[in-house]
Each structure stands twice: as C-alpha cells, then as structure tokens.
Ligand binder design. Structure first.
Ligand code: C2E
Ligand code: CA
Ligand code: CA
Length: 648
C-alpha cells in the first residue's frame, strides 16, 4: 500500500496525548503500593505515551524540512512498532498479576511467553536490512512491508493469551475488573482494525488511551492498603506485595517484630497509650530501615520487607539494632516503659520458608507460642528452617521414638535454702536425649505431647525416674529433702492420675514428703472436677503442691486460695523485671510478702547474679533456684554438685 500525499488525521492523537499526560502525572503524584502489577501499569502508561508521540511525529514528520528527517522517521516508525507490541506484552503480564498466576511453578510457561515477543523484535530489528515490516522511502513515504501482518499477529497472540487467562481465572477478578479487562482488549482490537483498514484515521492510540484510562481508574486504591491512623501499610498490603513478589520468583528476607503485652497495655494504660506506643514503634522502624516497606500485621506485629535486594549482613544489622533499641525504654506521654519483644527473620520465595503469604501467620503463631524461650531476642532463620507443620511432625516423630526407645533423660536443678545455706531440693526437668536435630526444649515438645496424648507416658517416665533417683541414691543422705516434679495441665485432667502416681511411689517406696508437685494455674481452665479430685486425693496422701510460674498469669490469687499449696514459685520474669522497672519491683516485693503472710514458702527462679541474691535475701525470700547455683544437670552430676557443696 502506498501513502503518497496522504493527510493523516491527528486530532485523535492530540486528544490522546493530553489524556495520557494527565494520567501519567496523576500516576506519579498518587502513592502506589510497591507491587509488580503497579510497576507494569507504569510501564504501560509510559509505553502508551511513547506510542502516541511517535504516531504524531510519524504524521507530521514528512512536512518537516530538516536534515536527517529520513532517519528520524525511520526510527520513530520502528519505535512505534516496538513499543506498541511491548505494551500489549506488558498487559498480558498485568493480567497474570490480576489473577495471581504463579509462574514460579511453571517456569517453562514464563519462558515460552517471551517467545512471540522475541520473534517480533528480531523481525523489527532486521527490518533495516530487509524492509519486511515497513520502509520509509526517499520521499519520506511510509510503506507497509510484506510481513507487517506478522507483527500485528504477534500482538494478537498476547491479546488471545490474555483473554484465555482472564476467562480461565475469571473467578479471581471482581465483575468490574473483568469488564474493564475485556473492554481494554476490545478497544485495542478495534483500534488496530480500524487503523488497518482506514490508515488515514490515527484512531488506534485513542482506543488504547481510553482503555488505559479505564485500567487506571480501576486499579486498587492506595488508601485500601494504608492505615491513616498509624501511617503504615496494613496487612492487606503485606499479603498483596508478598504474593506478587513470590509469583514473580522474587525472594527476599522479611523481618517480623512482635511486641509482647500490647493487649495488656491497652487494658491497663488505655487505648490512647497503646496507640501512641504503636506509632512510636512504627516511626522507629521507618528510621531504622529506610530501604524497607513497613507493615502493621496486627496490633502487636510489625513486618519489614526490603524494597530492593539486600545482603544478609544488612538484615542482621537491623535485627541487632532493634534488639539494642528495645533494651531502652519507650517514652509514651509521662510514662516510660520497657517492652519485651521478639524478632524473627524469614525468607520468602517459591522454595523458601514462606512460599504463600498465609504461611507468615503460621510461622508467627508458632513463634508466639514459644516466645518464652526467645523473649527479647532474635530468632535465627536456621531455627526456623522448616515450616511449622513439618517441624511439628518432626517433633512428634522424635517424641514417639523417645517414648519407645528410652530417649528421655531427667535433669535436676538445685534449689538453695538461704536459711540453711545449702541445697535442700531440686527440680526435675526433662530432656530429649541428643537428637540429630539439636536441643529441643521441653517448652516446645511438652505442648506437642499434650496434643497427641503422649504426655501421659512421658509423665509416667518422669515420675518413675524421679522416684528411682530418690530411692537408689538415698537423697536424704545428701540433705535433699524433696524433689519438685512438674505436672502438665493435661496430666492433671486425667481421672486416674493420682492412682498412677501413688502406685509408682509405692513401687519404689518413696514417701509423700519426698515429692512436691508443680502445677500452673492454667490447669484450672478445663475439666475442673478431675483436676480438683486429683489434687485433693494426692494432698490427702500427704503430697505437697507448688504453684509454678507465679506472676505470669492473671488470676493467680483466686487459684492460690482454692488449692492447698505449700510453695509459690515466682517466675524468673518477675525477678528480672524488678531490675528494670519500678512496677515489677513492687510486684515482686508484694508477692513475696503476701506469700509469707499466707504461710507459704517462696521459691524464686532465674537467680543468675549476686545482685539477684542480694535483693532476694533483703526481701526475705527463703529458696532460690537458678543458673547462679547451677543449670539443670544429669542426676549423677547433681549428686556430685551437692556433695561438693557440702564439703565446701
Ligand atoms: P519451668 O517449670 O518454669 O522450669 C523452669 C525453667 O527455667 C527450666 O527450663 C530451667 O532450666 C529454667 N531456668 C532455671 N533457672 C534459670 C536461670 O537462672 N536462668 C534461665 N535463663 N533459665 C532458668 P527448662 O528445663 O527448659 O523447662 C522449661 C519448661 O518445660 C518448664 O518450665 C516446664 O514447664 C516444662 N517442663 C520441663 N520438664 C518437664 C517435665 O518433666 N514435665 C512437664 N510436664 N513439664 C516439664
Ligand atoms: Ca517448674
Ligand atoms: Ca517455673
């Protein structure tokens, strides 16, 4: 076809240009979520602008009498074709984002989808030599080449692919999104068709501009992803961004910070206080890691994702800084508080710890459950290498093996009497014998054993081992008056528990005053009748009880009155807290005072330093337990330790 003397009708292009510029300016001025979909949208906007400009130059150029105009026109035609196809190619990926199509698991499709594009680019780049697509002759006349249709067909391939994708996954789109996507495609097709048959009418870009406008106005609003109150991206935004990045094969670290006791702050200090604290934490996170997006995942959980790939070292540094920062107090209004926390890092990506956005919740729940172990600390990725479900299965398997093949061992931690100046008791603490998987804390495996019922057999092992230990070594000779044994909540709810324990004691000839059972108040929650029956039946036999973990729960006092306890064990967090804030100090003081007035003995756990001992002596605390004296150690070592203490 020949276009000599043709007068292009450019009005549509001028109108398109104005609209496109407005769209682009708005796009740049409005905040957007940092997703691939939005990046593609921006590529499409710039692409369209470029196509329109080229179209205008192509239309006006032949009338310009300037040197090099022939080459300029050749280039603008070429760029027109290339960018035109590129935007349709980009739209195909835009559709992939919309329906959350995961290339990660279908890499070959990803590779294949580039093929038509590559072919069209080769054709266009070789056009200078063969003129297959178009030529611009010495009179500046543009002529279509014999293969120009191929370029249009390739664009058509992406249109068809997009239609197929959208149709297959239409349930993932809202009605409006679906309508706009189809309209976009329809406008593109008709634009191209009209221009093909009526080449004078440069209407194609106008169709595309209208389509672009529709797309622009139906992309998710930033305000849906942003919490104005706290000035932070919300959980929705997190899910969106991670999803989009995983789908596009990106992998990166995420840092998750959990601040403990947020709910407690709200209850005790009020909503305003809690919100102010959250704002402080968020603004700290922004300054700590400016290169990251910060999200509020829940009231007490905050997530950071680096905007660009960063080295592991940078992540470690941020984690260290957070740890350092949380050592300090937070000034909120007139109050200064120190928050306990834990922080973890994960890798997300197709084959990483988090390969679906929902898995973060699982990982966080898992950590939150065991946060006692890792309070005020950083959780290393290596500890979290396997997913939650897999880890649980592994621990279950190890527990089963241990139950069947003598895989547990009892450790003993001495308890020191201030008055007598010697070790008078010990707490029995269970250990899973060294596994290939490193040390597994009872804090992790006891809850799992409670869930799958193994706890009864484990409990029996514990009690049997302790009774044997007392008898075989004649502990009384070492000045050990009794051994503390932990009972799990689930154990206490078994009707026959008291029978089982009494039978075992009978078997080894252990007397009731040689045993002290430790229970926690959480035991109260369910099946109260069985629980009560067990406690009273054992008390009737002369066995004493200790209330464990005092100071970590809520309704201790009530529980304390209800049952005939002899000992209150004050949790280590209360002791450690007393050195950090006045309120914890008052709580510790009054707890010890109250216990004494109720005629209860007090054991304080977590005694690690001379200062701890000084303070506790001053407060008149009678029994001390902690690493200062000894960590939990195997029975043999315990006996040696006690003998050496006696000699010293
Ligand atoms: P718990 O009953 O509160 O046990 C005290 C925990 O504090 C022990 O951890 C002990 O090693 C640790 N601890 C003692 N002094 C210090 C100190 O000065 N510094 C520090 N940092 N830690 C100290 P462990 O042995 O890991 O036991 C954890 C929990 O697992 C126990 O908490 C208890 O709830 C449960 N558990 C342990 N053994 C048994 C058992 O035989 N049966 C049942 N049902 N639960 C058990
Ligand atoms: Ca205990
Ligand atoms: Ca305890």
């Amino acid at each position: 076809m020949d276009y000599i003397g043709m007068n292009y009708i450019l009005y549509f292009d001028y109108a398109s240009l104005i609209v496109m510029v407005i769209l682009l300016v708005s796009f740049c001025m409005i905040k957007h979520l940092d997703t691939i979909q939005n990046q593609i949208l921006s590529v499409m906007l710039w692409g369209h602008l470029c196509v329109i400009l080229m179209d205008i130059v192509n239309g006006l150029g032949p009338q310009w009498n300037i040197p090099g105009i022939h080459e300029i026109l050749y280039m603008t035609h070429l760029i027109y074709f290339m960018v035109h196809n590129l935007t349709i190619f980009a739209f195909f990926f835009y559709c992939c984002c919309q329906v959350d199509f995961i290339f990660g698991r279908r890499l070959y499709i990803f590779a294949l989808s580039f093929l038509p594009m590559v072919i069209s680019f080769i054709l266009m780049l070789s056009n200078a030599g063969n003129g297959w697509i178009f030529t611009v002759d010495e009179n500046l006349v543009y002529r279509r080449g014999p293969m120009v249709l191929v370029v249009y067909l390739i664009a058509g391939v992406y249109v068809a692919l997009s239609i197929a994708l959208i149709s297959v996954y239409r349930t993932k789109l809202t009605k409006l999104q679906l309508l706009v996507t189809y309209l976009y495609l329809l406008l593109c097709i008709t634009g191209v068709a009209v221009q093909y048959f009526l080449p004078k009418l440069l209407v194609e870009s106008f169709g595309m501009t209208v389509a672009m406008m529709l797309l622009f106005f139906t992309t998710a609003k930033f305000s849906d992803f942003y919490d104005q109150n706290f000035n932070v991206l919300n959980r929705q935004a997190f899910l969106h961004i991670v999803n989009s990045r995983i789908n596009w094969l990106e992998s990166s670290y995420i840092i998750c910070l959990k601040v403990h006791d947020m709910q407690l702050y709200r209850l005790t200090m009020g909503k305003e206080f809690q919100e102010q604290l959250i704002r402080k934490i968020i603004s700290y996170l922004y300054t700590e890691f400016p290169g990251a997006n910060v999200f509020q995942y829940s009231n007490s959980e905050f997530v950071m994702i680096p905007k660009k790939k960063v080295k592991e070292k940078r992540i470690s540094q941020v984690l260290d800084n957070i740890k350092e920062k949380f050592r300090e107090t937070w000034q909120v209004g007139d109050n200064e508080i120190r928050c306990s926390f834990h922080v973890a890092r994960f890798l997300y990506g197709v084959n990483e710890e988090i390969s679906k956005p929902g898995q973060l919740r699982e990982q966080l729940d898992y950590i939150n459950n065991y946060s006692k172990i890792i309070e005020n600390n950083v959780i290393e990725t290596k500890d979290m290498k396997i997913g939650v479900a897999a880890r649980k299965l592994l621990v279950q398997k190890l527990l089963r093996e241990a139950v069947d093949h003598d895989g547990f061992e009892m450790y003993y931690q001495p308890i020191y009497s201030v008055r007598e100046g010697k070790i008078i008791s010990a707490e029995a603490l269970i250990r899973l014998k060294n596994t290939d998987h490193g040390f597994i804390s009872p804090e992790e495996f006891i809850p799992i054993a409670e869930q799958n019922g193994l706890i009864m057999r484990i409990g029996e092992f514990v009690f049997r081992s302790v009774c044997r230990f007392i008898k075989e070594n004649n502990l009384g000779k070492f000045g050990i008056e009794f051994v503390e044994v932990n009972l799990s909540v689930v154990q206490c709810m078994q009707e026959k528990l008291h029978r089982q324990l009494l039978d075992i004691m009978g078997e080894y000839g252990v007397t009731p005053e040689q045993i002290n059972l430790e229970i926690t108040e959480t035991a109260e929650a369910t099946r109260m009748d069985a629980f009560q029956k067990n406690v009273f039946a054992l008390t009737d036999e002369g066995i004493h009880f200790s209330l464990d973990d005092y100071g970590t729960g809520y309704s201790n006092i009530n529980f304390l009155y209800k049952f005939p306890f002899n000992i209150v064990k004050i949790d280590k967090s209360l002791l450690w807290g007393a050195f950090e804030n006045e309120k914890a100090m008052i709580t510790l003081e009054s707890s010890i005072e109250m216990a004494k007035r109720l005629n209860l003995e007090v054991v304080v756990e977590g005694v690690e330093t001379e200062e701890h001992i000084e303070l506790l002596k001053e407060l008149g605390c009678e029994y001390l337990q902690g690493y200062y004296f000894s960590k939990p150690i195997p029975g043999k070592d315990f006996l040696q330790y006690v003998s050496s203490m006696v000699q010293a």
